[in-house]
Design a protein around this ligand. Structure first.
Ligand code: ZN
Length: 250
């Protein structure tokens, strides 16, 4: 690991009072949750062809091939045994210290909250909430995973279909969540972006709202914003953040 860069990151964090973290799939892969885009496509009988993971979690596929949608979703996007990693823990610690004001995430696994983060804006929703499409009642993931909820889960109150509380392809992001994320980024003095190559829009466009002092990019591979950043670290986000935060609060 590049000690000089870790020291630079530590100094930036020490000198900041309003840090916002913006995270992508790379944050969750360190908890053993693979990027669903890496999953193999699945052969669909009705369509007579293989369907890509992206297509599988689109609104159209959900409506037209609901049972297949749920089978894929439960198999590839739900990891009930996943635990927070060093990245989640470091951010929760920095929030306790008053440094981190918000976490903006593209992930749906709820691991930031599990690690203790309080202000988390989930751009793509959460796998932990399953609303009924008829009455809106929220169901837990444990309820959804029960054997009797196969192949399509139904509301325990009204019998309506229950869907994942996430944003599917072809669906718009929640305007209120986006608004709060934009505001947090606008007010931040430091923006740390981790585990994303910043290619997925509209989420990736959020960093354009940042007008603070330090933009830090931590990702294993090159990102679209490397040229704009004060500090670029090409490494695993959990490792980098835990080393930078290690000496804090002692
Ligand atoms: Zn209902």
């Amino acid at each position: 690991m590049d000690t000089e860069k870790i020291n630079a990151l530590r100094q930036i964090i020490e000198g900041s009072q309003n840090i916002v973290f913006f995270g992508g799939a790379g944050v969750s892969t360190e908890s053993g949750i693979p990027d669903f885009r890496s999953a193999d496509g699945i052969y669909n009988q009705d369509l007579g062809r293989e369907v890509s993971p992206e297509e599988m979690i689109s609104h159209t596929f959900f409506v037209r091939h609901t049972a297949d949608f749920y089978a894929f979703y439960k198999d590839k996007l739900i990891y009930p045994e996943a635990k927070p990693n060093d990245c989640h823990r470091a951010l929760a610690e920095l929030e306790r210290q008053g440094k981190v004001k918000a976490v903006v995430t593209q992930n749906i696994d709820g691991l930031h909250q599990l690690a203790g983060s309080k202000t988390v804006y989930e751009l793509h929703g959460s796998i932990l909430r399953w609303p009924c499409v008829q009455c809106g009642k929220i169901h837990s993931i444990d309820y959804i995973l029960q054997e009797e909820q196969k192949p399509i889960p139904h509301c325990e109150d009204c019998g309506g279909m229950v869907r994942p509380g996430v944003v599917l392809y072809e669906e718009g992001l929640d305007a209120e969540v986006v608004g709060k994320a934009v505001q947090a980024i606008r007010e931040a003095d430091t923006l740390i972006v981790g585990g994303t190559s910043l290619v997925v829009y509209p989420a990736a466009g959020l960093i354009d709202y940042f007008q603070g002092r330090h933009l830090v990019l931590i990702n294993k591979s090159e990102t679209k914003a490397d040229a704009q950043a004060d500090l670029v670290i090409r490494d695993a986000i959990g490792k980098v953040l835990s080393e930078a935060v290690e000496s804090f609060g002692e």
